[in-house]
Design a protein around this ligand. Structure first.
Ligand SMILES: [Fe+2]
Ligand SMILES: [Fe+2]
Length: 430
């Protein structure tokens, strides 16, 4: 399984096409798994070799058989980290919080890279630049969290290293799928769910440097404390400390990268919403202390309180519609597991929203409570947007656990689930 995942056509395509513009050579003879010699040591790689390489399973991963003229080095990572700290306000804020004698760029420069990972990062840098930069941004947040939480030097370096590597498994996914992540079918989504495992399998080959600490953190970067994450759906009892911290750093970095969602208010909301259920509360507390209320940002926005009140009212109706019909549906369905599971997730979402500041019993109070406080209103608006994104996460989790939900069925419980989710997803658009 390991070899198959690592030798997929998409990664081979990245590497052979990169050979058209960079010097990539075979560092030793390359053989297929059944002993056919495919390339001699010293041969230059380019896109004309793709067809030949794609026909065979290789006896070693490409990055262990090739060298590139300009592999990524620790000092390259440190330089990029320095640029991000200067150019991006969130990272500049994060850095300002730390003592003057602590340099985040230096922390990133302490990452140890062996030749295969230096090669793989070079492929990421030249073929998926956004993912590469996102890795460095995540590593910076990891460095910040490691310092604030009080990790020892070795653990801090391991956490920063995991930040750099965490999405390298995406090099093995068809680029077209990555380009439309929000509109994937369940079978297409499976490829996305595999990316933490792909890079875990690569890292576990290097017990001296990366396994098990870095590799395990990377494997867990999309897992959540309540068991709603992937690829394994493990919960807080099994999640490691570095994996929990990396998950927070990854979420912060992803939110920051997502353009319109990059405002500190949106990041604050998202983190508050996840504080008790999905992500490490202590780590989130440290991030929230950096994203303290920014009155200027609030003053620059205007929020329609009436519209906002309408949205919160609709959220309240969604929850009460579920409560009203759930017991009835339980009696009529053939398999209650899915309904019980969704009931649990919906109640958790409602609790999280209430913990973060919404009161579904008193929606009429919103205008009175917040008309003079644009910042709070902005946060409420963020909560409503987050409701939809959480429902989408729940839908994906349901389909991961029960892929048959994607297919039409006559089960009335399934139909009830589908229609509740459909209405919930339309909420902020209406
Ligand atoms: Fe990521
Ligand atoms: Fe990821």
């Amino acid at each position: 399984m390991s070899q198959e995942q690592q030798d997929d056509p998409h990664y081979k395509k990245h590497v052979t096409e990169l050979g058209d513009t960079r010097d990539i050579v075979a560092s030793h003879d390359i053989y297929s798994q059944n002993g056919i010699k495919l390339l001699s040591a010293g041969a230059r790689i380019n896109s004309t070799m793709y067809e030949r390489i794609i026909c065979h399973k290789l006896n070693a991963p490409l990055e262990q058989s090739l060298s590139i003229s300009n592999p990524v080095s620790s000092s390259d990572l440190s330089e990029l980290a320095q640029r991000i700290l200067h150019e991006h306000p969130l990272f500049e804020r994060v850095h300002r919080t730390l003592p003057e004698n602590f340099s985040l760029a230096e922390a990133v420069g302490k990452v140890q890279l062996n030749a295969p990972l230096g090669f793989k990062l070079a492929v990421a840098r030249d073929r998926m630049e956004e993912m590469f930069s996102h890795g460095v941004e995540t590593a910076l947040i990891c460095g910040f969290l490691g310092h604030q939480i009080g990790l020892d030097t070795q653990q801090s370096i391991q956490l920063v290293t995991a930040g750099i590597f965490h999405d390298l498994g995406e090099l093995h996914i068809e680029p077209e799928l990555l380009g439309r992540r929000d509109s994937l079918s369940m079978s297409e989504r499976k490829h996305i769910y595999a990316h933490p495992l792909t890079i875990f399998l690569i890292l576990q080959e290097f017990p001296d440097l990366y396994h098990p600490m870095v590799s395990t953190a990377v494997l867990e970067h999309h897992e959540r404390l309540d068991g709603s994450g992937y690829p394994s759906g493990i919960n807080q009892k099994k999640l490691g400390r570095l994996g929990r911290l990396l998950a927070v750093a990854e979420v912060v970095s992803s939110l920051y990268r997502s353009g319109a969602d990059a405002e500190p208010s949106r990041i604050r909301i998202m983190l508050k919403l996840n504080m008790h259920h999905q992500l490490d509360a202590a780590a989130i507390g440290h991030i929230l202390s950096v994203l303290e209320s920014d009155k200027e940002e609030a003053a620059a926005k205007s929020v329609g309180i009436g519209k906002l009140q309408g949205i919160v009212q609709k959220m309240a109706e969604q929850f009460s519609a579920w409560d009203r019909d759930y017991q009835y549906q339980m009696q009529g369905c053939t398999d209650s597991k899915r309904l019980i599971f969704l009931n649990e997730r919906i109640n958790m979402l409602k609790c999280a929203l209430e913990d973060a500041g919404l009161n579904f019993n008193r929606t009429e109070m919103i205008a009175e409570m917040f008309c003079d406080d644009t910042l709070e209103a902005l946060e409420l608006q963020g909560l409503a947007q987050e409701f939809v994104s959480k429902v989408r996460d729940i839908e994906h989790e349901l389909k991961r656990r029960w892929p048959s939900l994607d297919q039409p069925s006559i089960d009335t419980g399934d139909e009830f689930i589908r229609s509740w989710i459909k209405r919930a997803l339309k909420l902020t658009a209406s």
